[in-house]
Design a protein around this ligand. Structure first.
Ligand code: ATP
Ligand code: MG
Length: 723
């Protein structure tokens, strides 16, 4: 047998080789769905001699797309095969570059990320004076989600105004109208537009549709269970009349209903493709029996699902561990300690571990604790490199002279020396008087802005020169360096840096990134010759995702961004009421079941060791009271996990009353077994640093540095770390 198919089981092989009929692969987590797609692409190229560019594969994240590309190159042992593998959004951006004229959009449109969107919405709210009573403060997010909803329903702003139900919706509809106007004037599209506009182009232009249909002999979609109507409409348009579609998915992993994903799409696939073949995979290759048992048992609580039988021949491993902590700090400390132990004593690498949480806010405690414990980590999807102020300022310089949007120019003006809000307002007024964009005004031949102030001279000259570099498609990194230096931004950043603050490093990291991009730039993939514009497109599409990851680090990420990924050790943390399920998901059974699916996704990421934890007792704003365990904790089958109970801590000395206040009569804390001896320097989860002054039978007496605690006697298997 060919090495491409090494290790594929019978069902997987059928799925790979079924190429001339619509095919649906339904299977549980870790059963090799993504692997089948990858093998199938390699098979088509190698065995069926299909030209790689004739294969289109849609994945869920850029990360998944890149991984798939790499794997195929490896399988075929050829660096130069380039099948069209991308996310839905990146695919749509590519189509739109080529076809935008069909809907009157300029080819040099740029894509807004969610931060830009919010900035525009906030500005509209301010300008429309909708907010005089303050009720719309912080409503930008809500307005955006309503606008996104309308867009996906193909509801135009005027129609939205007609159908809105209350005052709030009416305000949102007005904002929607202004927002669309702004996008149109500035030649911008948002994430929703990418798909919707391509859908409209395909729907209304037979020739264009035919052209794109002919471009792809095979179309494959991973994570099909999270496809929404618009995406499915696009797939249908691209594949109608051709028996060339393969979709793979797991209905138990639908977790994007809030973005319009519909389980019915995968379940009722036959209604649209009556001759479709379905292949079911039921061997899990990812997880140990113990992990799989717990996950399968949990998902059976969902009433609205098709039962599945999934098994594994993998080795047995430890039962998943359920842990209760009294504080979030305690949870983070335990995880940090456990990670160190696994690395130091059991040969695991930092890169073998995921810490998964339901809401982004849960990462904070872990960031701090891992920093303190000097454990390297990648924070995925949260405060990202590209969201740092210096990076945003630098990118604004680049956007100002290429995309020329007002928002970026305004951002640049804000850091321009001796230019303040009053000057900016004057520039806006003059621009609107002359019916020019800010950028056009800044560089106009008469030097109109000179009438406002001479302090605009340096930035005006920078813009003019940089614009020429941009139009000549000069080196991206040189252009960026020129902008940062000439606009005096370099001097500003360096002046503010000191020994605690090294923002300039971020700018240098950006230069590296630009250089790398330039090196690998391939204009055909972007439908764009200009390297700066291609970079900005990539940037806006990637902005919802992780920073470039560094290798061998623990990954901190939300469950939603862990889709399709796997790792040896997984900590699912914060399984608390009002956190997971999240507060606003307690409304309907459907939403509750979706949260349960999210937990199923989380548990099934683990290959070897799985920890699940929750907090009991600590007050938190997240739950609006004392944290308690999630309902899901009770649903976990106690036969299938081990539970490590908490322990009673005795106290003595002056710390007694304080501890009672903090913990009540019976303080409960977490257990970590370690060998500790007299005179060891130790660190305790709650009480900080100390020294062991006496070791007794099953207890330790520790003198803590913090005078509030003084000397305490603790059970010897308590959460104390040796230093
Ligand atoms: P998810 O539902 O989480 O997306 P999946 O069904 O896409 O999971 P994959 O990620 O493709 O599953 O596979 C899970 C793991 O099992 C991977 O490490 C993959 O390499 C491995 N695997 C898949 N099929 C086989 C096989 N036949 N033999 C050995 N390993 C396999
Ligand atoms: Mg997968």
């Amino acid at each position: 047998m060919n090495k491409l198919f090494e290790n594929l089981n019978e069902q997987q092989l059928i799925a790979v080789k079924t190429t001339d009929t619509p095919l649906r692969i339904i299977a549980g987590a870790g059963s090799g769905k993504t692997r089948v797609i990858t093998a199938k692409i390699a098979y088509l190229i190698n065995e069926k001699n299909i030209f790689p560019r004739k294969i289109l594969a849609m994945t869920f994240t850029n990360k998944a797309a890149n991984e798939m590309k790499e794997r195929i190159k490896k399988m075929l042992d050829n660096e130069n095969v380039n099948p069209f593998i991308s996310t839905f959004h990146a695919f749509c951006a590519r189509v739109l570059r080529e076809e935008c004229e069909a809907i009157g959009l300029h080819n040099k449109f740029s894509i807004l990320d969610s931060n830009d969107q919010r900035a525009i919405i906030r500005k509209i709210i301010k300008n429309m004076k909708l907010n005089e009573d303050g009720t719309l403060n912080r409503f930008d997010k809500k307005a955006l989600s309503k606008i996104s909803f309308w867009k996906n329903e193909l509801t135009e702003p005027d129609e939205a105004l007609d159908i809105c139900k209350d005052i709030e919706e009416k305000a949102f509809a007005k904002i929607y109208k202004k927002y669309q106007q702004h996008l149109f004037e500035q030649n911008l599209v948002d994430f929703d537009d990418l798909q919707i506009l391509v859908y409209k182009i395909f729907r209304d232009n037979k020739d264009i549709l035919q052209k794109w249909r002919n471009r792809f002999d095979y179309v494959m979609v991973d994570e099909f269970q999270d496809t929404n109507e618009i995406q499915f409409d696009l797939i249908k348009l691209l594949t109608a009349g051709k028996n060339n579609l393969t979709v793979v998915g797991d209905p138990d992993q639908t977790i994007y209903s809030w973005r319009g994903a519909k389980i019915q799409i995968i379940m009722q696939f036959h209604q649209v493709y009556p001759n479709a073949v379905t292949v079911v995979l039921n061997e899990n290759y990812r997880s140990t029996q113990q992990i799989l048992n717990l996950a399968n048992d949990l998902i059976e609580h969902n009433k609205h699902r098709e039962p599945k039988s999934i098994f594994t021949n993998n080795d047995h491993g430890p039962k998943p561990k359920l842990k209760e902590f009294s504080t979030r700090y305690g949870e983070a400390r335990f995880v940090a300690h456990e990670i160190k132990k696994l690395v130091e004593e059991q040969g695991y690498q930092y890169g073998d571990m995921f810490i998964l949480y339901r809401m982004n806010a849960w990462s904070q405690e872990f960031e701090k604790t891992l920093d303190n414990a000097k454990i390297p980590y990648n924070l995925i999807g949260s405060i990202k490199f590209r969201e740092r102020k210096v990076i945003k300022d630098s990118i604004a310089l680049l956007k100002s002279i290429s995309i020329c949007d007002d928002l970026s120019v305004e951002r640049v003006l804000k850091f321009t020396p001796k230019v303040g809000d009053v000057t900016i307002e004057k520039i806006y007024n003059l621009a609107s008087e002359k019916q020019l964009s800010l950028f056009e005004l800044m560089i106009d031949e008469e030097n109109s802005v000179r009438t406002i102030t001479k302090y605009l001279d340096p930035i005006r000259n920078t813009f003019i020169k940089a614009r020429v570099m941009f139009e000549n498609n000069e080196s991206l990194v040189e252009l960026m360096k020129f902008l940062v230096k000439e606009s005096e931004y370099e001097a500003i950043v360096k002046r503010l840096d000191d020994k605690d603050r090294d923002e300039w490093k971020n700018v240098e990291a950006l230069y590296d990134q630009l250089k790398n991009f330039e090196k690998g730039f391939n204009s055909e993939l972007y439908g764009e010759e200009n390297v700066t514009l291609a970079f900005l497109q990539e940037e806006s599409l990637a902005s919802e995702e992780a920073d470039e990851e560094k290798s061998n680090r623990v990954s901190l990420l939300t469950i939603h961004s862990a889709k399709g990924l796997e790792n040896k050790v997984v900590f699912v943390v914060g399984l608390n009421r009002d956190v997971f399920p999240s507060k606003n998901s307690m409304l309907t059974i459907a939403e509750f079941e979706e949260e349960r699916r999210a937990l199923y996704v989380a548990l099934t990421r683990a290959k070897e060791i799985l920890y699940i934890s929750y907090i009991k007792g600590e007050y938190s704003h997240l739950s609006g009271g004392a944290l308690i365990e999630s309902k899901f904790v009770k649903e976990l089958n106690p036969d299938l996990y081990t539970y490590e109970s908490n322990i009673f801590v005795k106290q003595e000395g002056k710390s007694g009353s304080y501890l009672k206040k903090v913990f009540g009569e019976k303080p409960e804390i977490e257990v970590i077994k370690t060998d500790i001896n007299e005179n060891d320097l130790v660190n305790h989860v709650m009480f900080g640093d100390g020294i062991v002054i006496k070791k007794m039978d099953r207890q330790l007496q520790i003198q803590f540095t913090d005078s509030r605690y003084g000397s305490m006697i603790l059970a010897s298997d308590n959460p104390v770390l040796t230093k």
